[in-house]
Design a protein around this ligand. Structure first.
Ligand code: CP
Ligand code: NVA
Length: 313
């Protein structure tokens, strides 16, 4: 069966832990410039309907380092942008490439791609989920704190795609998650309910950013207006006032708390420049880890023939 990565819930806890273990190993080898080319002769397509710096570049470099090749397909200059049906595009592209990363608006678009594709589909961000980013974030937590076990993660801000993927990660992996969002901007109801039902840890919506930050090991936020919500910016700036990671909020967290942001950040809105540049912030290491985590994801999904060999690492 083809394995797709559309949400964190597509992976079991064991699979996620195995990804983290291999990421440490591959990252260390990459740091020492030891070549690792399991994807020689393989290609991926990168279909992006939204802007990207990290996701696009990290996937392109990841494929290059693994010995394969990436083809960027912008909606502006492919037939997808001119309305060729998804079910046709999926079947055509599956005949050329070995995997497809998609960044788009509706989550139904990646689901439809996956239904018709005969190669793995990787979600590079939809309005509902951002699984590659959150897998990277949890890997970064392991690097900085040794483990995600027993930690309290705070989410302060919009209940957006990132928040939804964090909810699924907390449920799958079993760490506590306290979420503070303004009224009307809560995470997806179905995702939250399902995650809470399956979770062994505490996943809760709390009243204020202060409640979320209290004794937290990780403080996490994201922009107040995501891609596609540009027209709501002014309204959102009012609604999100106070939902900011700043030095007062940081003081409420544990002394050695780490601050995370998937980037790009809007300093002065969801996070202050002081905190972003401060000693608790690891946002650039977090961004850097996209490359290493995604290399493992690509190898896992694309390299079915050598899977047994990989498991021996
Ligand atoms: N964090 C993230 O996905 O960044 P890009 O939008 O630059 O890809
Ligand atoms: N929530 C943001 C994340 C960007 C990486 C957005 O969707 O624009």
């Amino acid at each position: 069966m083809i394995k797709h990565l559309l949400t964190i819930s597509d992976l079991t806890k064991n699979e996620i832990d195995a990804i983290f273990e291999k990421t440490s190993f591959f990252k260390e080898r990459q740091t020492r410039r030891i070549p690792h080319n399991p994807l020689i002769g393989k290609s991926i397509g990168l279909i992006f309907d939204k802007a990207s710096t990290r996701t696009r570049v990290s996937f392109e470099v990841a494929m290059h380092q693994l010995g394969g090749h990436a083809i960027f397909i912008s909606h502006r200059d492919s037939q997808i942008g001119r309305g060729e049906p998804i079910k046709d595009s999926a079947r055509v592209l599956s005949r050329y490439v070995d995997g497809i990363v998609i960044r788009t608006f509706g989550h139904n678009i990646v689901e439809e791609f996956a239904r018709y594709s005969t190669v793995p589909i990787i979600n590079g961000l939809t309005d509902l989920h951002h699984p590659c980013q959150v897998l990277t974030d949890v890997f970064t937590i392991i690097e900085k704190k040794g483990s995600y076990r027993g930690l309290k993660v705070a989410w302060i801000g919009d209940g957006n795609n990132m928040a939804n993927s964090w909810i699924e990660a907390a449920s799958r992996l079993g760490f506590d998650l306290a979420i503070a969002c303004p009224d009307g901007y809560l995470p997806d109801k179905d995702i939250l309910e399902r995650a809470k039902k399956e979770a062994k840890s505490k996943i809760e919506i709390v009243k204020s950013p202060k409640d979320a930050a209290k004794d937290a090991d990780v403080l996490n936020t994201d922009v107040w207006a995501s891609m596609g919500q540009e027209e709501e910016i002014e309204k959102r700036k009012k609604a999100f006032k106070g939902y900011q990671i700043n030095s007062e909020i940081l003081k409420l967290a544990k002394k050695d708390a780490i601050v995370m942001h998937c980037l790009p950040a809007h300093r002065g809105e969801e996070i202050t420049d002081e905190v972003m540049e401060g000693q608790n912030s690891f946002v650039f290491d977090q961004a850097g880890n996209r490359l290493h985590v995604q290399k493992v994801i690509l190898e896992k999904l694309l390299n079915t023939e050598t899977r047994n060999e990989i498991q021996e690492f």
